[in-house]
Design a binder for this molecule. Structure first.
Ligand SMILES: [Mn+2]
Length: 258
């Protein structure tokens, strides 16, 4: 298999166990990419969804198996906990097989810069102080995702590409835009105070690679709406890979689950 290799790959907000999770597309990405260091930046398994009902298709198991096979193939696999997989926080830091589970990590880039790797909910005042409001938001979000699936079902049948209705709505709603910029500046401020050069996070499902107040702010996005990954290549450059464009050709070997 012709895999593209990077120094490091970061993925966040996969939400395995929820209907919105685009596990098939993620599997396609995983089969076509490898790295020395893999960071799973939180909300990988959606514990909140699973409390309500169990949704767990084979593709979701295959994603976890793929992570374990990376670890077996000498990739350094780090699982950073998020608010949807916070059940892991009572055990972290812990080594599960070859997978390091922690709440935060420090990454040194090839150019020698120090990045804080963290899910980011710690800087989101809504999830931090009110789980109830946050779960209500999560319910509204699920409704938005359901609409998204219906829209894309029709688009697929009319041979139109994938289009994120929910991302469209979120970018149109002013309060959502304010929420995103508040989150980004809170995180940048905290990182500057702690002496980091940058931050790599997830949580708000809004991909980014930008400078905020002298801090390199990188957000991996998610695998519910945007289907994006963050990578560092061997020249020490960071890129966002937009995998939503690789649609309708899930050509990963379906029966070969390593
Ligand atoms: Mn989160």
């Amino acid at each position: 298999m012709n895999q593209k290799k990077y120094k490091s790959i970061w993925l966040s907000d996969i939400h395995l166990g929820s209907k919105g999770c685009q596990a098939e597309r993620l599997l396609d990405f995983l089969y076509n990419h490898s790295c020395e260091e893999l960071y799973l930046v939180g909300d990988i398994v959606d514990g909140w969804r699973m409390e309500q009902s169990l949704f767990w298709p084979q593709a979701h198991t295959n994603v976890l198996r793929r992570f374990l096979s990376y670890a077996k193939d000498d990739t350094n696999v780090n699982y950073i906990t998020g608010n949807h997989d916070e059940f892991l926080r009572s055990y972290s830091p812990i080594l599960l097989g070859n997978v390091k589970v922690t709440d935060r990590a420090i990454y040194t880039s090839l150019s020698g810069k120090k990045y804080l790797v963290i899910h980011g909910d710690q800087f989101d005042l809504v999830t931090k102080y009110s789980k109830w409001i946050s779960k209500l938001g999560s319910w509204a979000y699920e409704l938005l995702m359901a609409t998204n699936r219906v829209v894309n079902f029709f688009r697929k049948n009319f041979n139109l590409g994938y289009w994120s209705f929910s991302a469209f709505v979120k970018h149109k709603v002013k309060s959502a835009v304010n929420f995103i910029s508040d989150f980004e500046s809170a995180l940048a401020f905290a990182c500057k105070k702690e002496g980091f050069d940058g931050v790599i996070c997830g949580h708000i499902h809004s991909v980014a690679n930008e400078m905020i107040d002298e801090i390199h702010y990188l957000n991996c996005g998610d695998w519910v709406e945007s289907c994006t990954a963050l990578v560092e290549d061997y020249e020490g450059r960071f890129h966002i890979i937009d995998y939503s464009k690789y649609t309708n050709n899930q050509n990963y070997p379906k029966d070969k689950v390593a």
